[in-house]
Write a protein that binds this ligand. Structure first.
Ligand SMILES: [Zn+2]
Length: 459
């Protein structure tokens, strides 16, 4: 019984020991067996990213190895072009502000001119009023002149009438004078006869009365003629008075006419002066507009110059881009996971760890503890430093000649896109991010857009 119990104890110890030993042995094994599950799905994406680069690569075979002095030259040319463009822009801005101030001057000149034009319009209205006044004065003068003419004619007629009356009176006077003379001569004795032949005093008186009657008749006739002459003379005088009044009125009208004419002349002078002013404004505005046109031409020239500088910059930039294309220098890559050379999963076909089917593994899994450094395999430029669900934190470096290295599952990234790195620079830390079963560095190499065996560059 004791023997069996001992044996049982020995066996138990052996089992324990075995278990312990196995555990010691199995644990590190299981650690190095950590691998990523699948990065295949990322291939298409990377291929697309590199497609554009491939197109450019084709016509680049001639001048791949650009010297740094050539690149510096191009950079200097671009800087010079940019400075020239800035200068051209500054000149353009100066021209534009010059043009703006000329336009401002034109604006204020136009306002001043408009004011004068408005003033001339009121002067024209006033002028019209003056002209109306002058026209009515002239009408009055004309009418008055006609009245004076009529008065003159009437006076002439009255003079004729007066002359006629005077003539008749003269004629009648001569007739009566002749009659009296005849009577006196022909019957010198008549009075005596009458006196002598009168039978009595009554008869004498009758006969004398008769003579007196004849005499009275003649006298009456003469008086009538004299009255007619006086009447004609008075009528003529009335007409002459009327003519006098008309002539005085004519004088007044002519004075008014003179005043109105003076006003008109003054107004004409003022309007003419203002119109000259307007012409001067127009001429100045015209010359300013010429200046604006010149400015516009100069600005257009400047724009053309700027455009040609921009075209030159684009050309120079293209040349620089071409000259700056990275060319892989060749030689062996730096081992990206220093001190850790154990490969937990190699490049090539493998049984997928979770899917259980044969699949392509497009890189090398280097077993390394979390936090250990990841180094750049060669000189190059970081073209990706990001996170993806499958690759975890990953980095891609372009080494030129269409060679790209890929580093996956990092716990930390030390670089960013666009950064230039040298071979051996620390770019991140090993981790187990993304689709990974434990800490390791998945290292891949792409050539012309496809994954290739990294060993070609590591041995
Ligand atoms: Zn892997």
């Amino acid at each position: 019984m004791r023997k069996g119990s001992w044996l049982r104890n020995r066996l138990g110890l052996l089992v324990l020991c075995f278990l312990l030993c196995t555990a010691q042995f199995v644990l590190p094994l299981s650690r190095v067996a950590y691998a990523d599950e699948d990065e295949e799905e990322e291939d298409d994406k990377k291929k697309k990213e590199k497609k554009n680069d491939d197109d450019e690569e084709d016509d680049d075979d001639g001048g791949k190895n650009s010297s740094s002095s050539e690149i510096d030259d191009l950079k200097r040319q671009i800087e010079e072009s940019k400075a020239a463009k800035e200068k051209a822009n500054a000149t353009k801005n100066e021209l534009a502000s010059g043009m703006a101030s000329v336009r401002q001057v034109i604006g204020s000149l136009q306002t001043e001119k408009d004011n004068v034009v408005t003033y001339v319009a009121t002067l024209d209205a006033a002028m019209e009023q003056i002209q109306d006044d002058l026209d009515s004065i002239n009408d009055s003068i004309e009418e008055n002149e006609m009245q004076i003419e009529e008065a003159k004619e009437s006076i002439a007629e009255a003079e004729e009438e007066l002359d006629e009356a005077e003539r008749i009176r003269q004629e009648e006077y001569i007739g009566i004078k002749d009659q009296v003379k005849f009577m006196y001569l022909a019957s010198k004795s008549t009075y005596l006869d009458i006196l002598v032949s009168s039978e009595n005093i009554s008869d004498l008186l009758n006969r004398t009365r008769y003579i007196t009657k004849i005499m009275d008749y003649d006298k009456k006739k003469l008086d009538e003629y004299a009255d007619a002459v006086a009447e004609a003379d008075r009528a003529k005088k009335v007409l002459e008075d009327e003519k006098q009044v008309l002539e005085e009125k004519q004088g007044e009208l002519e004075e008014k006419q003179e005043e109105a004419q003076e006003k008109k002349d003054d107004m004409s002078e003022l309007i003419s002066a203002k119109e000259t002013e307007i012409d001067q404004y127009s001429a100045t505005i015209g010359s300013k507009e010429e200046q604006v046109k010149e400015y516009e031409q100069m600005i257009a020239q400047q724009d053309a110059e700027i455009a040609s500088i921009e075209a030159a910059i684009r050309q120079q930039q293209a040349a620089l881009d071409e000259a700056s294309r990275k060319v892989y220098g060749g030689g062996q890559f730096v081992w990206p996971a220093p001190k850790y050379t154990r490969i937990s999963d190699d490049y090539g076909m493998r049984l997928h760890p979770t899917l259980g089917v044969q699949m392509m593994h497009n890189g090398i899994d280097m077993a390394a503890p979390s936090g250990s450094p990841i180094l750049a395999a060669a000189d190059g430029t970081v073209i990706a430093a990001a996170y993806s669900a499958s690759m975890g934190n990953y980095i891609m470096i372009d080494h030129g000649s269409d060679i790209i290295t890929v580093y996956m599952h990092a716990s930390a990234l030390n670089v960013s896109v666009g950064q230039d790195v040298s071979a051996g620079d620390r770019i991140g830390s090993v981790g187990s991010t993304g689709r990974s079963t434990g800490p390791h560095l998945h290292f891949g190499v792409r050539k012309n857009g496809s994954y290739v065996n990294p060993w070609s560059y590591l041995k």
